[in-house]
Write a protein that binds this ligand. Structure first.
Ligand code: AP5
Length: 193
């Protein structure tokens, strides 16, 4: 089972992706977590990505592809993945497909979108900001991340809708209810229904 999560910052991608990965026995791969790990290590990729993450801009494709693609291919060979935060632009989707699209076990089963209004997204990220874990959970950066999402990532939804892969769920409901909506939608995909 290969699933992508495409949704705005704060929509609940990470929260729901780990539950989906557990239910379907696949790996949870999060591009943001992989980048933050490299930042913490101070690796070459981390140093190259740091200013983009801090500003809330997208990191250059080449860096993200290096972190994500091989891991996704390996996970697909072991039964699948929930890929959270990648691809984030149409160009990333097309490049990833060009590099891996010939391999049947990498075929996507579903692309999950969590629908959440901007006011609620801001509220969640500002609530998390008090924990101080994320350098990009600051007022001005949050607004910029939402703007980047609207301009660069949202068009991806149409791309996947056209391919019959998009599963949209109300992401404003309580966490457990969102999870149940996703299980209801994706169990059918898994069984071919
Ligand atoms: P990334 O780490 O992907 O962050 P993001 O998209 O900004 O999303 P978040 O992690 O903030 O939110 P989420 O949707 O995972 O929600 P979560 O479950 O955490 O990316 C960070 C940066 O890395 C990017 O800005 C970019 O610089 C770079 N990057 C990453 N991928 C890239 C790529 N492909 N290309 C280029 N650059 C890339 O939940 C958020 C909060 O809400 C939590 O506190 C949670 O407890 C709460 N919550 C969750 N669900 C609910 C609910 N239903 N009700 C109430 N609260 C909820």
């Amino acid at each position: 089972m290969n699933i992508l999560m495409v949704a705005a910052p704060g929509a609940g991608k990470g929260t729901q992706a780990s539950r989906l990965a557990e239910r379907y026995g696949v790996e949870h791969l999060a591009s943001g977590d992989l980048l933050r790990h490299e930042l913490a290590l101070g690796s070459a990729i981390g140093r190259a990505a740091a200013s983009y993450v801090e500003r809330g801009d997208l990191v250059p494709d080449e860096l993200v592809m290096r972190l994500v693609l091989d891991r996704a291919v390996t996970a697909a060979g072991r039964g699948g993945y929930v890929l959270d935060g990648f691809p984030r632009t149409r160009q990333q989707a097309e490049e990833a497909y060009a590099m891996t699209g010939q391999q049947e076990h990498l075929t996507l089963d579903a692309v999950v979108h969590l629908e959440v209004a901007h006011d609620e997204l801001r509220r969640r990220m500002l609530a998390r900001a008090s924990a101080g874990d994320r350098i990009d959970d600051r007022h001005a950066v949050i607004d910029h991340r939402l703007d980047v999402y609207d301009r660069q990532t949202q068009p991806l939804l149409e791309y996947y809708r056209d391919r019959g892969l998009l599963v949209c769920v109300d992401g404003e409901r309580p966490v457990d209810e969102v999870t149940q909506l996703l299980f209801d939608a994706l169990d059918g995909v898994r069984s071919g229904g």
